[in-house]
Design a protein around this ligand. Structure first.
Ligand code: ATP
Length: 367
């Protein structure tokens, strides 16, 4: 076992953030205790909208630097609609983390688990299993805090760079290759609007250049509006969808809607040196404090964290823990032991966590 414990900086954040982070830490502690082979310390920090309301800062310098120094960052959700910066935008210190820590690859799996609503009548919807790869440091979001607004006009500028698009495209092809090794389709699709904007034509051109370096993966392209149509008509055909920041922001909510709701939508934000794991949803103030939140997205994000840490530190046990957690979630839904209120079930986050403990204990007994 490596002598050093892995340091996880934890930001429960606002709204349902703390309600979905607590189960994730309990489950991670269980896996650590029962599997062995790795150690984790969880260092919790306040940050976000409630913290801003109290202190006038969205995150302390100490907490931000702790996130930088950590082996991984685990985040609940940040932002509340009624707490705004002076320019009217929501408080989201994790967007600064994306920028400063270079978290360019937003990995957002969209996977249909058994017995979850799929909103689609077609039985092939049970096979939905694709990933939205959202560029997370530039695109239209680059303009955050830089927009110009006067009485007559507002301007925001989208930015696409060669360096980031090359890295993102390579990430997409490697992800498709890895998924292919596990039975995936081996396909990467560039989603853009290159028929109208030169910036997206540039994005597509770089994607196609990089595709030549990855001939074992099928590369193709689609316009974002057509993709919105296809994701409702035949989402089971897709594998890895790589796109600009704003398009990824929008289509990942569509993806969540396809597989049961935002409580089923995990996310990893990965850079060369750092990574942040959080559910793709927000702080859900409409259900906060009621114990109703579905923690599945956060648990799946925690599994992605274990996987990423395992790769980075060469610790196989972490990869096994990740696979075990995902398999337990799959079994929990298959056996109808997980029934989130989010889609008509009778379980809030506590009950879901208890059930998952049960499934994990059974699986651990056979490891
Ligand atoms: P953001 O812009 O920060 O991503 P948002 O405004 O898109 O946030 P969310 O907070 O993601 O909104 O919530 C969208 C809807 O999904 C709300 O009705 C919310 O209650 C629901 N929701 C989000 N996450 C969960 C969850 N984990 N469990 C149950 N319902 C959820």
């Amino acid at each position: 076992m490596p002598s050093e414990a892995l340091r996880i900086a934890v930001f429960p954040g606002d709204g349902i953030g703390p309600e979905v982070i607590a189960p994730a830490i309990e489950i991670l502690r269980l896996l650590e205790a029962r599997l062995g082979g790795f150690r984790m310390v969880f260092e919790e920090y306040p940050a976000g909208a409630a913290y801003y309301r109290e202190t006038g800062k969205d995150i302390s310098d100490e907490a931000f630097e702790a996130a930088r120094a950590a082996d991984a960052i685990l985040l609940g959700a940040m932002g509340l609609p009624d707490v705004r910066l002076p320019d009217g935008t929501e408080i989201r210190p994790h967007l600064r983390m994306r920028d400063e820590f270079g978290l360019y690859a937003g990995v957002r799996p969209v996977k249909a688990f058994p017995n979850t609503p799929r909103r689609l009548i077609d039985e092939r919807a049970a096979n939905i299993d694709f990933v939205i790869l959202r560029e997370s440091t530039e695109g239209l979001f680059f303009s955050q805090g830089r927009g110009e607004v006067n009485e007559q006009e507002a301007r925001e500028t989208l930015r696409i760079t060669r360096a980031t698009t090359e890295k993102l495209s390579d990430f997409a092809f490697k992800l498709a290759r890895r998924r292919k090794a596990r039975g995936g389709k081996g396909r990467a699709t560039c989603v853009d609007k290159s028929n109208v904007f030169r910036a997206y034509a540039f994005f597509r051109q770089i994607f196609l250049e990089r595709a030549k370096l990855h001939p074992d993966v099928t590369a193709d392209c689609a316009y974002v509006d057509a993709m919105a149509l296809d994701l409702v008509r035949k989402p089971w055909e897709y594998d890895v969808l790589v796109m600009e920041n704003m398009f990824g922001d929008i289509l990942s909510d569509l993806g969540g809607g396809l597989v049961g709701g935002m409580g089923m939508a995990p996310c990893a934000e990965v850079g060369d040196e750092h990574a942040l794991f959080q559910p793709a949803h927000g702080s859900a103030p409409d259900i906060a404090g009621q114990g109703k939140a579905n923690p599945t997205a956060t648990l799946l994000s925690a599994a992605m964290m274990l996987d990423w840490l395992g790769d980075r530190h060469g610790i196989d046990r972490l990869g096994e823990a990740a696979a075990l957690l995902e398999a337990a979630i799959e079994r929990g839904f298959a056996e109808r032991r997980l029934r989130p209120m989010e889609f008509g079930g009778d379980q809030g986050s506590r009950e879901i966590t208890q059930q998952l403990f049960g499934v994990l204990e059974e699986k651990l007994a056979s490891v």
